[in-house]
Ligand binder design. Structure first.
Ligand code: BT5
Length: 322
């Protein structure tokens, strides 16, 4: 049953929006025309839009905008990322489940993804607004052989992947604000939360949380002035599984580069999207605020800020105001 269904979806994908005759489908699947019709009715119930025209046959017009393993994996071009998927309707936080899976030994490239988070988190336990069916709320498990001090580089790597994916899917060129914000027109469209499971000298797992606002038309009052979505910026709605596929592809590609060649190539790409650099900023750290010019990032991903007295400060974690 599910094998036939997979084959049918494969046929439709290969047909790329053109018509397939009922005759051809039933031959390829080795089942009757009536059985084909039943499978198509099932697909429709799940949100696939299938057009039927007499003499021409069937054509897949629109895939459902559902973030489940089937949608994400159909046509996915990665080798490892996204082939082990935990898709959830509603969770407190995808980070929580991903941490648990990583403890239990889940392989690199495993993702947890949910239609809704009821307790989505940002850094420092701030909350992350994650309404149902509109955004991408996803956690990815990585297992790089690096010391824990290098993990912040991965936040910057993921920021580049998010920026590249948005650019490819929407033609918008987003900005990256160090360390973990992706902005469009000065408003936050995506955020990244990097968490570790580590021994003192070795990372065991990195849980990368990505939150991306895709099809929201509005935001609650408290974040409306600072938040935006791809839909608000473009006036279009987007097919979320497609964005997830592109994102996974970018993540896998950059991560491969990072493991092979280190942080330098990533740093160059990051600088291409960075808005913070060369600007007067205020960096709010847990130890107070530093006001100065952001000179750039070091080879390890730390932010370099020069204060008025000429002193250079190295900042590992902060919120930046431009
Ligand atoms: C972040 O924190 O930007 C990290 C966000 C990570 C979210 C993902 S979703 C999947 C995974 N599971 C989780 O539970 N989390 C990760 P930070 O830099 O601390 O920014 C948090 C601040 O952004 C909040 O205090 C709000 O001001 C603002 N904010 C909250 N929700 C937002 C949204 N949907 N869009 C834009 N800004 C938001």
């Amino acid at each position: 049953q599910s094998e036939t269904r997979k084959q049918l979806l494969k046929l439709f994908t290969e047909a790329d929006g053109t018509f397939l005759s009922g005759q051809k489908i039933s031959e390829q699947l080795g089942c009757s025309r009536t059985a084909v019709w039943k499978h198509i009715e099932d697909l429709r119930k799940e949100g696939f839009e299938v057009e039927a025209v007499r003499r021409l046959g069937y054509r897949l017009k629109q895939m459902p905008d559902k973030l489940n393993a089937n949608e994400i994996q159909l046509g996915l071009k990665t080798k490892r990322f996204g082939w082990n998927v935990y898709d959830q309707e509603s969770v407190p936080s995808t980070q929580q489940l991903a941490h648990q899976l990583a403890h239990e030994g889940a392989e690199e490239g495993t993702i947890v993804i949910a239609e809704e988070q009821t307790a989505g988190r940002g850094r420092l336990n701030r909350s992350w607004h994650s309404p149902k069916g509109t955004g991408i709320w996803m956690s990815l498990i990585l297992r790089p052989s690096i010391p824990p001090q290098q993990a912040p580089q991965l936040t910057l790597l993921v920021a580049v992947a998010v920026a590249e994916a948005i650019q490819e899917e929407t033609n918008i060129i987003p900005d990256i604000k160090w360390p973990n914000d992706i902005l469009v027109n000065g408003k936050k469209v995506a955020g990244i939360l990097t968490e570790l499971q580590a021994d003192p000298d070795q990372v065991r797992a990195v849980i990368v949380g990505i939150g991306m606002n895709v099809n929201q038309k509005q935001f609650p009052n408290d974040i409306a002035p600072i938040a935006t979505s791809l839909a608000l910026e473009t006036g279009r709605t987007f097919h979320r599984p497609k964005i997830v596929q592109t994102l996974l592809q970018k993540l896998e590609q950059l991560y491969g580069q990072y493991l092979q060649h280190g942080f330098l190539p990533i740093k160059l790409l990051w600088e291409g999207y960075a808005v913070t650099i060369g600007q007067q900023i205020v960096a709010r750290t847990l130890n107070g605020a530093i006001r100065g010019v952001a000179l750039g990032i070091t080879d390890s991903g730390t932010l370099k800020v020069q204060t008025e007295d000429g002193a250079i400060h190295y900042i590992y974690s902060a919120d930046i105001e431009i």
